[in-house]
Design a protein around this ligand. Structure first.
Ligand SMILES: [Zn+2]
Ligand SMILES: [Zn+2]
Length: 204
């Protein structure tokens, strides 16, 4: 039995779960990073206020629909963005549990905090029993990366290098489910990556 997110073998007390403990913890950390007054969502909204130096250029003219893969700061912050995507998952989880449709109150920031709180409450259930938990986890990681890119809050330290047995430096992130060395073809699972020596951080 393997974790559906990182493909590592599950521990004996996790058999039949969708996700392993480390992946569940990573999801929880990511949810927490999005919510709250200092969270990514709040920073995203701040960066869009008029007069904010970090506001991106306003694109006028064509009214192209945002692609689901890559959303700009406006699309992420607006209805249909981060909050709506999380709410859609929560509705899905409620259905899976046979609960009533969840309710939202307040502005988008308040709704963001509510939905994150609720997802965190139900996270142990989802990691154990939700058949699409891996999709949720990957979509959540993607949302966080997009928010970080949009707010300029991307922390470069999160990407680091480890040294393959052949000497090649493999660039990975904490969320890399695994990595294949293009030089020697070695395939590393997340657990194996953790045991490889760290490469020195690239000079900025
Ligand atoms: Zn896992
Ligand atoms: Zn190699």
């Amino acid at each position: 039995m393997q974790c559906t997110v990182c493909r590592n073998d599950l521990f004996e007390n996790e058999l039949n779960h969708q996700a392993c403990r480390p992946c569940t913890d990573r999801v929880d950390v990511t949810l927490r990073a999005l919510a709250g007054p200092d969270g990514l969502y709040a920073r995203l909204s701040d960066s869009l206020r008029p007069g904010s130096s970090s506001a991106g250029p306003v694109v006028s003219g064509s009214r192209e629909a945002p692609t689901p893969v890559r959303m700009g700061p406006l699309s992420l912050a607006a209805r249909g963005g981060v909050v709506t995507i999380l709410q859609t998952w929560l509705i899905d989880w409620h259905e899976g549990l046979g609960y009533r449709h969840p309710r939202w109150d307040g502005d988008l920031q308040q709704q963001c905090d509510q939905v994150v709180h609720r997802l965190r409450v139900l996270l142990p259930w989802a990691a154990e029993a939700h058949p699409a938990f891996d999709e949720f986890a990957l979509e959540l990681y993607q949302l966080r990366r997009q928010c970080e890119a949009a707010t300029g809050g991307e922390r470069p330290a999160r990407r680091f290098g480890v040294i393959c047995e052949c000497g090649t430096v493999l660039r990975i992130t904490l969320e890399s489910p695994g990595k294949k060395c293009d030089t020697c073809g070695a395939q590393y699972a997340l657990q194996d990556l953790r045991h490889l020596p760290l490469a020195e951080r690239r000079a900025a």
